[in-house]
Ligand binder design. Structure first.
Ligand SMILES: [Zn+2]
Length: 309
């Protein structure tokens, strides 16, 4: 059985693991990413963790897959101007790991990695038109068509979270007003609630969800609004792609029970031009291991062209 080295880079922490070719996370280590200490220092820590994961698994890695927030170039491995990784622009993840370990390394946008993992090992097994959508600090998505990852021109990752929904909405760093992320991400929910009740101080989306469960009227309105905007963004995706499955992941979806009824009602109301009832809307199923499993799956997808051994 091949063992794949997996790296899941986030703005706060980096997880590293040894993953089997069937998607089982055999070993897992985690350290702060500390992006401000620089790209080279972070790569040094990542390589140390990879060596430790290989030692614990008692294996040589067949290859290494890396999940990283975009923008990035999946073919060269060069990091772009990533908001949560300041100062990393121009760093080459692939070259650094290939030099160190002498195997092929592959880097993909983290939402694409999760989409590949869910499509092969999770909620969308057997689905041929699949969208994975993650709603957390930001909103991202990966598109899998007939087993293949959809890429834009020059390998660009489509940024579905920045589809504009309300041109009078909040201004996003992307330049648009009222894009999906600016209306329905966790911070968007927190910021709207803070505007309505400034005296409550800064609340997180998770705290607002807890308050809604206790019946707080403003938190209930925030949850309704969140469900409406989740439904609106998903309706656009269903109308444009008519996928057979959409799986939802990310921190905000830990409280999916608070939003999904409303979101489904929006979809029923406005997705009238396509057979929307045939799109199976479900939750991502791989949980906390999705990042590492996704990184490993990205390597399988590229290096082995998706073939299981
Ligand atoms: Zn935006």
């Amino acid at each position: 059985m091949r063992i794949i080295g997996a790296v899941d880079i986030g703005g706060t922490k980096t997880a590293v693991g040894a993953v089997s070719e069937s998607g089982a996370v055999l070993e897992r280590l985690e350290r702060p990413t500390a992006p401000r200490e620089g790209f080279a220092a972070a790569m040094r820590r990542t390589k140390e963790m990879l060596r430790e994961a290989a030692r614990r698994a008692g294996a040589e890695f067949a290859g290494i897959g890396v999940a990283c927030p975009g923008p990035l170039d999946p073919f060269t491995g060069i990091v772009g101007d990533v908001g949560t990784l300041p100062g990393w622009q121009g760093g080459n993840i692939v070259d650094d790991l290939e030099d160190e370990f002498g195997v092929d390394a592959v880097v993909e946008n983290d939402a694409d990695c999760a989409a590949l993992a869910e499509a092969n090992w999770g909620a969308a097994k057997g689905s041929s038109r699949f969208l994975y959508v993650t709603i957390s600090t930001g909103i991202g998505a990966g598109i899998i068509l007939s087993g293949q990852l959809y890429r834009g021109v020059d390998g660009a990752h489509p940024e579905i979270g920045h589809q504009a929904l309300d041109c009078s909405g909040p201004l996003c760093y992307c330049g648009a007003r009222g894009c999906w992320e600016s209306l329905a991400s966790g911070p968007a929910m927190a910021s709207w609630t803070g505007e309505q009740r400034p005296e409550a101080g800064e609340l997180t989306a998770a705290q607002i969800c807890d308050m809604a469960r206790r019946g707080d009227p403003l938190a209930l309105r925030a949850v309704e609004r969140e469900g409406e905007y989740i439904g609106l963004g998903l309706s656009n995706l269903i109308t444009m792609f008519v996928p057979d499955t959409i799986a939802l992941g990310g921190g905000v979806m830990k409280s999916a029970d608070l939003f999904l009824d409303r979101a489904r009602a929006v979809i029923r109301r406005i997705c009238t031009q396509v057979p929307a009832e045939k799109t199976h809307l479900t939750l991502a199923s791989l949980g906390p291991d999705a990042g590492l499993a996704g990184a490993a799956r990205a390597w399988i997808h590229r290096a082995l062209r998706g073939q299981e051994i």
